[in-house]
Design a protein around this ligand. Structure first.
Ligand SMILES: O=P(O)(O)OC[C@H]1O[C@H](OP(=O)(O)OP(=O)(O)O)[C@H](O)[C@@H]1O
Ligand SMILES: O=C(O)c1cc(=O)[nH]c(=O)[nH]1
Length: 221
């Protein structure tokens, strides 16, 4: 399967499971404080057996063909939504699984990376989604502080509109790989899930998300 075929299949799953939410009244406020007319709830791919099996099959194929599964000793799921996907992928790829907390626990072993040592291991970080990459930077600091070699991050969805995300990750030696972006979703929709009015609003947001956010009470820079 090509990258584009994988993107198209997962985009269909996101549309069918109702994971693409379009705000009718108030904008969504995202983790980093941006206002947005859309919110992608990738967590909805977790609930049903058929759906999660399909995502795991597609992500396994993506990792094998685009990244090379032999390049990783472990997959590390990011709290919270990255954790279930990392568990299924670790089984499917037959590699170790760990997970990384948003913050060290603060008591007990005070660990940020859980599930065993990652010292000297080549690891792949797995999360459900990327917006501006802020959370990825924090997770990466924790994973590297635990002694792992981390260069690659895989997310199911990437908004790919906050233009600073890629360079900020590259500056610290991180490569972001995404299975689905807005291009895949807008191509996969046949008008059944996204109305023409909603599509117009989404396109306005995508063409200048910082301006959209500023005009709707979210972050402006
Ligand atoms: O900051 P970015 O790297 O662009 O990624 C956006 C983050 O926002 C979501 O997490 P959130 O904390 O909202 O929810 P979760 O705990 O369910 O993962 C998502 O799972 C990403 O981790
Ligand atoms: O940036 C975020 O917080 C975010 C955006 C989005 O579309 N979906 C999500 O779960 N989080």
């Amino acid at each position: 399967m090509t990258r584009s075929e994988i993107g198209s299949e997962i985009a269909q799953l996101l549309l069918q499971t109702g994971a693409i939410f379009i705000s009718k009244k108030q904008p969504f406020i995202l983790a980093a404080g941006w206002a947005s007319p859309v919110y992608i709830d990738v967590r909805l791919l977790v609930g049903e057996s058929e759906t999660r099996k399909a995502v795991t099959r597609l992500a396994t194929e993506f990792i094998k063909s685009e990244l090379g599964s032999q390049n990783f000793d472990a997959i590390i799921g990011a709290e919270t939504a990255g954790i279930p996907f990392s568990a299924w992928l670790a089984d499917s790829l037959n590699i170790k699984m760990r997970y990384v907390r948003k913050h060290s626990l603060g008591f007990g072993q005070n660990a940020q990376v859980e599930g065993g040592s990652v010292e000297g291991m080549r690891v792949l970080m797995m999360d459900d989604l990327t917006t501006d990459g802020n959370s990825k930077l924090a997770f990466a600091r924790g994973i590297r502080a635990a002694g792992a070699e981390l260069e690659d991050i895989l997310t199911i969805f990437y908004h790919d509109v906050f233009k600073s995300a890629g360079p900020r990750l590259q500056d610290v030696g991180l490569k972001l790989h995404a299975m689905v972006t807005w291009d895949d979703v807008l191509r996969a929709d046949n008008g059944k899930f996204i109305s023409p009015e909603d599509r117009t609003e989404i396109e306005k947001f995508l063409s200048d998300p910082v301006d959209w956010s500023t005009r709707h009470g979210g972050r402006s820079r």
